[in-house]
Design a protein around this ligand. Structure first.
Ligand code: STX
Length: 320
């Protein structure tokens, strides 16, 4: 039955502050911001945020028992507190994988649990496929493998059938003659020399994603798109990765599923996830027979939805 009385605060751990923070230079251009919270000598778990370009959030700490875990978060290249802001040069999937390894080594950790949703699931999987010996387990949410079909579904024609009202301003921001390839049309604007063109495109791109992320859209969540400092990095970096096919061959993750089939894996998937529909979670689960798939019947894409959060906390509690 639909539970409308439980709140997010009921299922998450209380808010906490980091016990250590730092900046790690990872290339000539990029420096990434990181933090640790919870128990300094606890079980290490790294949180991989979405987008790409979304940045970490204080609330992500609350998905872990702070007495048991050393919770590590970092902002991927170009977003959050990482510098330079919204930079696309040297910003790609391979770099993100190597940043994870640099951070792990910097913190003196041999292995860690890996927790990621949406693009965070994509990067978690690719990281694990490159460094399986470093990953104790995977807790993944809202599976996204960034194949052409997934991008077409969300950014061109698919989700638009469910959210025609939210889709209209996203589509209409682009002139009719360019509407047959919205990702390319947005990329042109998000990389324009004109800062106002970039900001206007970032706002519409981000609004579309925020408007569709929950089963019951939350107006507060939509305001994220009006925070143009957030939106510009989010939209630019997402679009840059997508236009480049996330810098890997089509179907890369499923083709390499065997390399991680020994890693304990929980997949939490909202049945009505419109951003990253359940087919990807299903295909991943089939390719990783050891994985446990939790199909949440009353949720969309966001980890901020109560029933998704409840399953994520249950999954991390089980790692203690
Ligand atoms: N991108 C989905 C994704 O990773 C296709 C994502 N969507 N929203 C987010 O991430 C934030 C919660 C980080 C804003």
């Amino acid at each position: 039955m639909l539970d409308t009385t439980t709140t997010l605060a009921d299922v998450l751990y209380p808010p906490i502050e980091p016990h250590t923070t730092g900046m790690l230079q990872v290339s000539d251009v990029h420096t990434i911001a990181w933090e640790q919270s919870g128990s300094a000598d606890g079980i290490p778990v790294v949180v991989i945020h979405g987008g790409p370009g979304g940045g970490g959030q204080p609330s992500y700490r609350q998905y872990f028992d702070p007495a048991a875990f050393n919770i590590i978060q970092f902002d991927q290249r170009g977003c959050g507190k990482s510098t330079p802001y919204a930079e696309l040069e040297g910003n790609n999937t391979q770099a993100s994988v190597s940043d994870l390894e640099a951070l792990r080594a910097h913190l003196g950790l041999e292995k860690w649990h890996v927790f990621g949703g949406s693009w965070g699931s994509t990067l978690s999987l690719i990281y694990a496929q490159h460094h399986p010996e470093r990953v104790m387990s995977l807790v993944l949410r809202g599976i996204f493998m960034c194949r052409k079909s997934e991008l077409h579904w969300f950014y061109q024609d698919g989700a638009s059938h469910l959210f025609p009202d939210a889709f209209e301003p996203y589509r209409n921001h682009i002139p009719t003659e360019e509407q047959s390839d919205l990702i390319s049309a947005y990329y042109k604007r998000l990389t324009s020399d004109d800062v106002e063109v970039r900001r206007a495109a970032a706002k519409e791109w981000t609004r579309w994603e925020m408007a569709t992320s929950r089963l019951f859209p939350d107006p507060e969540y939509l305001e994220k798109a009006d925070d143009l400092d957030f939106a510009v990095a989010f939209a630019r970096i997402e679009c840059h990765y997508f236009i480049n096919g996330i810098f890997v061959e089509e179907g890369f993750i499923l083709k390499r599923a065997k390399t991680i089939e020994h890693i304990p894996t929980v997949i939490v998937q909202g049945r009505y996830d419109v951003v990253c529909p359940p087919r990807s979670a299903w295909e991943l689960h089939k390719a990783m027979p050891q994985s446990r798939l939790v199909m949440v019947p009353d949720a969309g894409h966001s980890m901020g939805e109560v029933s998704i959060a409840r399953e994520l906390v249950a999954a991390t509690d089980a790692l203690r």
